[in-house]
Design a protein around this ligand. Structure first.
Ligand SMILES: [Ca+2]
Ligand SMILES: [Ca+2]
Length: 271
């Protein structure tokens, strides 16, 4: 579960030198070996984020600049949470990416690292005092597969889609692959015509963008999260965009889930 108040943890100083509190031990990272899931145990003997009363284990690995890595943390005993970071100049843990729930409550980070060098992984929970068995796995991924080509939308006809945990995911500004699934659609606009695009789902909170596919990726021109009134659906979370095409040409639509781990069925239509 997401606990917004914990997003600041990335700035906490690791007990690299003298621990500030008696319970907090200095933590030497364990090297993560790629390719196999390590069976581990989060215990009350390990390092602890004192302020939040959360135990964590610290791991390390080396990565080349531009390399894409995936880290998975799974547990049946507690709600896992992963932080990927580096050691800052003053010994602080500087978070590069973090994830709470990617596959159920299990955490996953997929990241293209900007700089080569040593990376730290903080494997923890979101629940104070939680301990128990978990697995952690590092995988070195190849180049990201190109996203699937846009699906053609037909005017006046609803198109069904479905998001799963293994589909295409949005990449954020830091190069981190999020757990927000998306799909591209396209249609040919006629000059001077006004179009309304709707995305509806009973399973998740939708997000809709309209724009163009460029050589460096999708460029968004307009977006909508929650439409007003009936168009917003039962939960008020469905999306709708109305715009006028100034000239004829292909329009690309990016349909996505607003929140991490969004999965389920949806419909999209243009009219
Ligand atoms: Ca979690
Ligand atoms: Ca929405």
């Amino acid at each position: 579960m997401v606990m917004r108040g914990l997003m600041l943890l990335g700035g906490l100083v690791l007990a690299a030198s003298a621990p500030a509190f008696g319970q907090e031990r200095a933590a030497a990272p364990t090297p993560l070996r790629p390719g196999s899931a390590a069976q581990e145990q989060l215990t009350s003997n390990g390092p602890r984020l004192v302020e939040y009363d959360m135990y964590y284990d610290l791991y390390s690995f080396r990565a080349d600049a531009g390399e894409r890595v995936q880290i998975d943390m799974r547990s049946d005993a507690f709600d896992p949470y992963l932080e990927l970071g580096r050691v800052g100049g003053d010994g602080a843990f500087v978070a590069v990416a973090e994830n709470d729930d990617a596959d159920g409550l299990n955490a996953r980070i997929i990241q293209t690292v900007a700089e080569g060098g040593d990376y730290l992984v903080r494997a923890r929970t979101v629940s104070p005092g939680s301990t128990g068995a978990y697995t952690i796995e590092l995988r070195r991924l190849g180049e990201a597969a190109p996203p699937p080509p846009p699906v053609a939308l037909r005017s006046g006809q609803a198109t069904s889609g479905s998001f799963a945990t293994d589909g295409a995911m949005l990449v954020d500004d830091t190069g981190a692959t999020t757990t927000r699934p998306y799909r591209l659609y396209s249609f040919d606009a006629r000059a001077g015509q006004t179009y309304t695009i709707s995305m509806k789902s009973a399973a998740f909170d939708t997000y809709l963008e309209v724009g163009a596919l460029t050589p460096i990726g999708f460029a968004s021109a307009r977006n909508n999260d929650d439409a007003e009134g009936d168009a917003g659906g039962d939960n008020g979370t469905d999306s709708q965009l109305t715009f006028r095409a100034e000239r004829a040409g292909p329009v690309t639509v990016r349909a996505s889930g607003l929140t991490d781990g969004a999965v389920g069925d949806y419909t999209i239509d243009v009219r």
